[in-house]
Ligand binder design. Structure first.
Ligand code: PBG
Length: 318
């Protein structure tokens, strides 16, 4: 076996899994706050951005040949029904218009969910301490249409309500956005790996947790059922989330899915690498690449990652 491992060119020639910048989607947090950048303590190198800062970052992302970004909005005002999520001039809607104007060739995806916009921090409407399913669908559909209207290229619902892909597909089709694809967060687990994101997006639930809508980490076959349902409802692509502790799920989904499969290398996965590297306990760049490669090897056709630009820079210079 060692004959083919002897030199770097030999290894490069026969490597099955090669990362390229076009594997990545870079997430960004855009805030209404006038401050151009607000650092996120638990995610070194990541910040909440104003729209003008975001445009600069979007340009750099496109220059690295990363095909797409995904936007998360941080509104100034939150209320019980998350009305800023579907406001025509909400923060994401304005950001999408600005980016499509400035960097038209960059794919702009939007995360569709209510948790960043609701005062209680849940992903749906709350009544008597319960997150209601069907009444939430209408608001998610309105949010999706408002993003498409602003020019979003692709809609990515992350709320985990049942039936949301069908509701969003129907709403997009009947508002003239039949060509806007849906990337469903199909197998999204209730995970502590989202911890830093909730600081970043100020979206931690104010009571209880998300276990009544996000998946239980002990279940694998249920993920396949979630994917089948989302496909039946019209999802164009599906996603597994988180990535690293769920690579077995990613592999199983890739085996059965007829559509492209993405993986979300989530905030906690990112922050653990940054924290250990800061202490000098690991080689941060090397384990970043190893982690991203493992996600692609497990079956991801594309990877949402806060490392995207950094990894693309390394790949470009290497
Ligand atoms: C919104 C949403 C979350 C993430 C993506 N979309 C948070 C959550 O479900 O609590 C997490 C992303 C990350 O941790 O990087 N529902």
């Amino acid at each position: 076996m060692r004959r083919l491992r002897r030199t770097a060119p030999l290894r490069a020639l026969i490597r099955e899994t090669q990362l390229t910048p076009s594997d990545f989607i870079q997430p960004f947090f855009v805030a209404e706050n006038e401050a151009s950048r607000t650092a996120i303590t638990s995610m070194p190198g990541v910040a909440q951005l104003s729209i003008s800062e975001l445009i600069g970052e979007a340009r750099q992302t496109a220059a690295l040949h990363i095909p797409a970004i995904i936007l998360f909005g941080i509104p100034d005002e939150k209320d019980e029904v998350g009305s800023q999520a579907y406001a025509r001039d909400g923060i994401v809607q304005r950001a999408v218009r600005a980016i499509k104007d400035a960097v038209p060739d960059l794919l702009v995806m939007t995360d569709v969910c209510l948790c960043e916009y609701t005062s209680h921090g849940h992903c749906g409407i709350v009544e008597n301490g319960e997150v209601l399913n069907d009444p939430t669908l209408e608001l998610l559909a309105r949010t999706a249409v408002s993003h498409a209207e602003a020019g979003a290229d692709l809609i990515a619902p992350s709320d985990m309500m049942d039936g949301r892909v069908a509701a969003i597909r129907r709403a997009l089709d009947s508002s003239g956005h039949e060509m806007t694809p849906i990337l469903s967060y199909a197998a999204k687990y209730a995970s502590s790996f989202y911890g830093p994101f909730r600081e970043a997006a100020q979206s931690a639930p104010q009571f209880g947790d998300r276990r009544s809508y996000q998946m239980d980490a002990g279940n694998a076959r249920e993920a396949l059922r979630e994917v089948e349902l989302d496909l039946a409802e019209g999802a164009d692509m599906v996603m597994v989330k988180p990535a690293l502790a769920f690579l077995d799920i990613l592999w199983r989904v890739k085996e059965m899915s007829p559509v492209p499969v993405g993986a979300y290398n989530v905030s906690g996965e990112y922050s653990m690498v940054k924290a250990a590297a800061e202490r000098g306990w690991v080689d941060g760049q090397a384990i970043m690449m190893e982690i991203l490669q493992s996600i692609k090897r497990a079956g991801a056709d594309f990877i949402l990652s806060y490392h995207a630009c950094e990894a693309a820079r390394l790949l470009t210079w290497a």
